[in-house]
Write a protein that binds this ligand. Structure first.
Ligand code: SAH
Ligand code: SF4
Length: 388
């Protein structure tokens, strides 16, 4: 985004920095039907053209520039006539209301807690690295997959996020990252992206086309829903795919990841092979190292066999603590032994750097808590807050 021409973004996550959803009565003032509001990032370009078909053609370019170069909704674009801004604001309002912001002690990780129009809550994490800035987005409020070691799984399922709710997380991260460029988007936040398949696909297309982030800089992480993995291989997208494996035999995997009962390891391996054939991209197998559970030499041997068959890369994640799971993560020295064991067996394996554990922003720790119970290093409360 070298061609940012708009006003400097104000503050780290301004989308929801003030209450902006008018009561339903005033939204529908002047019309018989109450209007359903959508995110300003929900309509695509063709839909915006329809919405402003009474306006001169250059207005569409102004709106588009605002949305995708300045990360600003039409209601805040001072180059649009007031009446047009008001009209669009009636039906298009940002969905994410900022409820809390937490910064890691080293300042390189930021986590936001958002409240959605229906009161459900999701989290988004922005991580700065030397050479890139990555946002980890949520695809659902909660998750129905019930993996016991994951804070999101422990909190249960609420609903799928809309395309606008997903894209607004990217917008917030772009604004907060500036002047750095947001380079990567990973679907590794709350929820199972493949359980919200159609919206995931539309979001990916929009991130590539409208935000200009290349498919190779996007990653979808799945618990391993085989039918969707097979479909995803045929989408013609060169997006990275991560499979959360965690166990390489069906008995143990079904214990850790209950959905494995319907998506067994042989089928997952076949899906990884197909993904590689169709996209040219190697799947990455995610493996949270759990002390005494999946970190023994026999686990390394089983994992190596699966990784070789799937022609996949292995990414070891030190297990992060969550409130509802008693078993601790593998100590670092044994993680190093495990990764060496895998490499000796001919597998390409890395250990993922742990980011954001001090603010519960690391893998598996997103649970969208009530802010009342937060131990934030810095918490910013918006004017309106929900407590479930
Ligand atoms: N539902 C998707 C994406 C979100 S989870 C999935 O499961 O892949 C993102 C990653 O965090 C997954 O690889 C998941 O297995 C992992 N994870 C969950 N709980 C964790 C924990 N407590 N410690 C480390 N990683 C965890
Ligand atoms: Fe859902 Fe992924 Fe957590 Fe499992 S690990 S409960 S699939 S978010």
């Amino acid at each position: 985004m070298t061609d940012r021409t708009g006003p400097a973004p104000q503050g780290p996550a301004p989308l929801g920095s003030e209450p902006k959803r008018a009561p339903v009565e005033s939204q529908s003032a002047g019309s018989e039907q109450p209007q359903e509001t959508q995110s300003p990032w929900t309509p695509d370009r063709a839909r915006y053209r329809e919405l402003i078909d009474d306006q001169p053609a250059y207005r569409l370019d102004q709106i588009w520039h605002g949305l995708y170069q300045q990360d600003t909704p039409p209601t805040e674009l001072s180059n649009l006539p007031k009446a047009l801004r008001a009209r669009l604001g009636n039906s298009l309002q940002p969905a994410l209301e900022l409820t809390a912001t937490q910064n890691s002690s080293d300042g390189r990780t930021i986590k936001w807690l958002w409240t959605l129009p229906d009161g459900s809550r999701v989290e988004t994490v922005l991580m700065h690295y030397k050479d890139r800035s990555t946002v980890c987005v949520s695809s659902q409020a909660g998750c129905a997959m019930g993996c016991g070691f994951c804070a999101t799984g422990q909190s249960g399922y609420e609903r799928n996020l809309s395309v606008g709710e997903i894209l607004e997380q990217v917008v917030a991260a772009r604004r907060a990252a500036a002047p750095r460029r947001l380079s990567n988007v990973v679907f590794m936040g709350m929820g199972e992206p493949f359980a919200n398949y159609d919206r995931l696909i539309e979001s990916l297309h929009r991130i590539i086309a409208d935000f200009g982030i290349g498919a190779r800089n996007l990653t979808v992480s799945t618990v391993g829903l085989v039918p969707q993995m097979l479909r995803f291989a045929e989408e013609g997208l060169q997006v990275g795919l991560a499979l959360s494996l965690h166990a390489a035999n069906d008995d143990l995997r079904t214990e850790l990841v209950p959905i494995n009962a319907r998506n067994p390891i042989d089928d997952l391996v076949a899906a990884c092979q197909l993904y590689r054939e169709r996209t040219g991209r190697r799947v990455s197998l995610e493996w949270a190292m759990i002390d005494g559970v999946n970190d023994r030499p026999s686990d390394a041997a089983e994992l190596a066999a699966v990784a070789r068959r799937a022609r996949a890369h292995v990414n070891l994640i030190p297990l992060n603590p969550t409130p509802g799971w008693p078993t601790v993560g593998t100590p670092r020295a044994r993680i190093d032994e495990f990764v060496n064991d895998l490499r000796n067996r001919g597998v390409n394996a890395t250990v993922r750097a742990n980011r954001g554990t001090d603010i519960d922003a690391a893998c598996g720790q997103l649970a969208a808590p009530d802010t009342a119970g937060s131990t934030a290093t810095e918490v910013t409360l918006s004017a309106r807050s929900h407590h479930r």
